[in-house]
Write a protein that binds this ligand. Structure first.
Ligand code: NAD
Ligand code: MG
Length: 377
């Protein structure tokens, strides 16, 4: 069997390291062709020694001259477009993943996409790049992997509704008053998933679920009024699809990102794997579902409205959110300031152009600038 070459962008992160565990179990099918990281040179060095990729890139510092590593932000696109790469696992966090997603699609690669931010920013451009270059996106996000598996190739015209599940994050049952006092440590304490810091904060504000609604809209071509969110604290049901005949399918499993990572690599095939603890229906009972407290977690509504508005609004939502999360993590603003700050940026910048990558990056930049300017720090 010819082994498929995989580039892992963001190999030192939570998804990147999970992906390397998966690839190690399936080294008969896949080889690690390229690795990139932001600045964690020691871990990248270790990974490079272990997996012997033909390309290693680091964005920022930490690469002494003796290493034959490519440095600077462009290393992502280089890794994503190499001839020995068939699948690009984009596990970079934030808008920094955009160019690599577009370039990989344009170069005809399969993009196993964890970096939802790039699709949220530029869903239409990604679709154009895929059409031109013959690439495809297979989602790594657990909800979207679930939906893809439930759809099993059926067209969007047969879908009545998509229901994305949300764990509800660490503040699911906190009162509005208590949310005002939430600390960084409180927000980083996710009940069911161990993830990078940015997505963990997004899960606490529900901005992550807004990004996922937009991601689902672009991936599956389903209009916003047919995408819903329900809180499911156990994170066992990864999402539902209701078809036009009223039948509802769900995909379930132990909460581990190794499952959707593996599926994104092998789709539409399934391969034998025993890396993840088997699902035990009795031990994980009961499975419960709740309505989202939309008034107490306004980031969800803000993001969905930005998605409906279209144009540059999703990119503005995403960039303002990234900046606001960074300010919160640095102790400059409170938890409940995050959606307030994002809303102010959306109100101020609502109608920017979005026809090209450069226009989207200008909107992204304007949103970041607006958030930083409005910071009391
Ligand atoms: P993380 O912070 O653990 O890792 C991020 C990786 O990206 C690191 O390897 C880092 O070196 C690299 N990186 C960071 N900034 C960069 C930049 N400016 N340029 C290039 N590389 C950069 O994050 P994570 O939790 O692994 O999440 C990665 C992506 O996957 C995010 O888009 C997130 O929303 C998505 N995702 C994560 C999970 C999860 O369980 N962790 C689940 C679903 C989706
Ligand atoms: Mg998700």
């Amino acid at each position: 069997m010819t082994r498929r070459g995989v580039a892992i962008l963001g190999s030192t992160g939570s998804i990147g390291t999970a992906a390397l565990r998966v690839l190690e179990r399936h080294s008969d099918r896949f080889r690690v062709s390229a690795l990139t990281a932001f600045n964690n040179a020691p871990l990248l060095e270790e990974q490079s020694a272990r997996y012997a990729p033909s390309f290693v890139g680091i964005v920022n510092n930490g690469a002494p001259a003796h290493r034959r590593w490519t440095t600077g932000p462009h290393c992502l696109v280089e890794a994503a477009t190499r001839d020995d790469v068939d699948i690009v696992l984009n596990a970079v966090v934030g808008a920094a993943g955009l160019d690599a997603t577009l370039a990989a699609l344009e170069a005809g690669k399969r993009v196993a996409l964890a970096n939802k931010e790039s699709l949220v920013m530029a869903g239409e451009l990604a679709a154009d790049a895929a059409r031109r270059g013959g690439g495809e996106i297979i989602p790594v996000d657990s909800e979207h992997s679930a939906i893809l598996q439930c759809l099993a190739g059926r067209p969007s015209s047969e879908v009545r509704r998509i229901v994305l599940t949300a764990s509800g994050g660490p503040f699911r049952d906190w009162t509005r008053e208590r949310l005002e006092q939430a600390t960084v440590d409180d927000a980083l304490c996710h009940p069911t998933w161990r993830m990078g810091r940015k997505i963990t904060i997004d899960s606490a504000t529900l901005a992550n679920k807004a990004l996922e609604v937009i991601e689902a809209h672009f991936l599956f071509g389903v209009p916003y009024d047919r995408i819903e969110v329900v809180v499911h604290p156990q994170s066992i049901v990864h999402s539902f699809v209701e078809f036009v005949d009223g039948s509802v399918l769900a995909q379930l499993g132990t909460p581990s990102m190794e499952l959707p990572v593996l599926y994104a690599l092998t789709h539409p095939d399934r391969v034998e794997d025993a890396g993840v603890r088997p699902y035990d229906p009795v031990a994980s009972s009961p499975l419960t579902f709740e309505r989202v407290r939309e008034d107490d977690f306004p980031a969800l509504r803000l993001g969905i409205e930005a998605g409906r508005r279209g144009g540059a609004s999703p990119a503005i939502f995403n960039a303002a959110n990234e900046e606001a999360v960074a300010l919160f993590l640095d102790g400059h603003i409170t938890f409940t300031d995050i959606p307030r700050t994002v809303e102010a940026a959306l109100v101020e910048l609502g109608s920017l152009a979005a026809g090209s990558r450069d226009a989207l990056l200008a909107a992204d930049d304007a949103a970041r600038h607006h958030v930083r300017e409005s910071c009391p720090c």
